[in-house]
Design a protein around this ligand. Structure first.
Ligand SMILES: Nc1ncnc2c1ncn2[C@@H]1O[C@H](COP(=O)(O)OP(=O)(O)OP(=O)(O)O)[C@@H](O)[C@H]1O
Ligand SMILES: [Mg+2]
Length: 253
């Protein structure tokens, strides 16, 4: 049985009369690639925002491993290893791919009080960056200025920047947004491979059902702020409530 990485207990959030999160109870396991899906306005972003710390919950609790993180600010969650990437590209366009990755790598070394060692001997940081470049498949582009990358590769780099912070749990908000099909397949294969290394647990918010069902170990479906289904891809695909919510849209069997 995999270790519990996140425990969400009775989480609630309302915006005026809109219930964006309604008594959400979930436990996420280490190494299980989990997707969160649901129609527009279902509460996916609200949930991610509450879990990553940018939005306070009205009531309820969140535990990261054994630690109650309900009231921790974003930076303290990041220090613990709970990170997110944003839907908008969040890289420095004028810097090279390598420097974009070096920056967070040095920052994280500072965090772990290894900055001076890292500065005296940057080979450690460079080795870490080389490993990330290898993992995300951008080795050949190390010296390319980020703005010269294709949109898809910029998104891939963004995932790399998030990985440089050595997260134990990483929320990816629509990692394939704006990508062409070839780029989509590449980033998804990368995420799948990274997930199998078990160093980082991935939780993805994604609209594309084909992607969700081909990638995930577990799928959580939100609708009107409630969890209406939660299980393996097969279980969720065949769930009558999910079919009802997605009526008219393809839920491939
Ligand atoms: N800051 C806010 N103020 C007021 N209402 C909000 C706010 N954020 C979200 N909502 C409302 O809460 C509900 C859930 O929104 P949320 O953005 O979490 O949905 P979502 O599942 O991420 O949708 P999408 O797929 O369109 O991104 C919606 O009805 C939305 O209008
Ligand atoms: Mg959203």
């Amino acid at each position: 049985m995999a270790l519990e990485i996140l425990k969400i207990v009775n989480l609630n959030k309302s915006f005026g009369r809109v219930k964006a999160a309604s008594d959400i109870n979930l436990t996420l396991q280490e190494g299980v690639l989990t997707s969160i899906i649901g129609p527009n306005g279902a509460g996916k972003s609200t949930l991610i925002n509450m879990l990553s710390g940018s939005l306070p919950a009205d009531t309820g609790r969140v535990f990261f491993y054994e630690t109650d993180i309900t009231r921790l600010p974003v930076h303290q969650r990041v220090q613990l290893g709970l990170c997110r990437s944003f839907q908008l590209v969040n890289i420095f366009p004028e810097m090279t791919v390598l420097d974009n990755l070096l920056l967070p790598t040095l920052a994280v070394n500072k965090r772990t009080r290894r900055l001076f060692r890292a500065l005296r001997n940057e080979t450690g940081a460079h080795r870490e960056v080389a490993q990330i470049l290898d993992r995300i498949g951008l080795k050949e582009e190390a010296d390319t200025v980020a703005s010269a990358l294709s949109h898809g590769d910029q998104r891939v780099l963004e995932v790399g920047v998030a990985l440089a912070a050595k997260p134990r749990l990483l929320f990816l908000d629509e990692p394939t947004a704006g990508m062409n099909p070839v780029e989509r397949v590449r980033i998804l294969e990368n995420i799948r491979r990274l997930s199998e290394k078990k160093e980082t647990t991935f939780v993805i918010v994604e609209h594309d059902m084909d992607i969700v069902f081909s990638l995930s170990d577990r799928v959580i479906v939100l609708h009107h702020g409630e969890v209406i289904a939660d299980g393996t891809t097969e279980e969720v695909k065949n769930d009558p409530k999910v079919r009802e919510v997605y009526l008219g849209q393809e839920v491939a069997v």
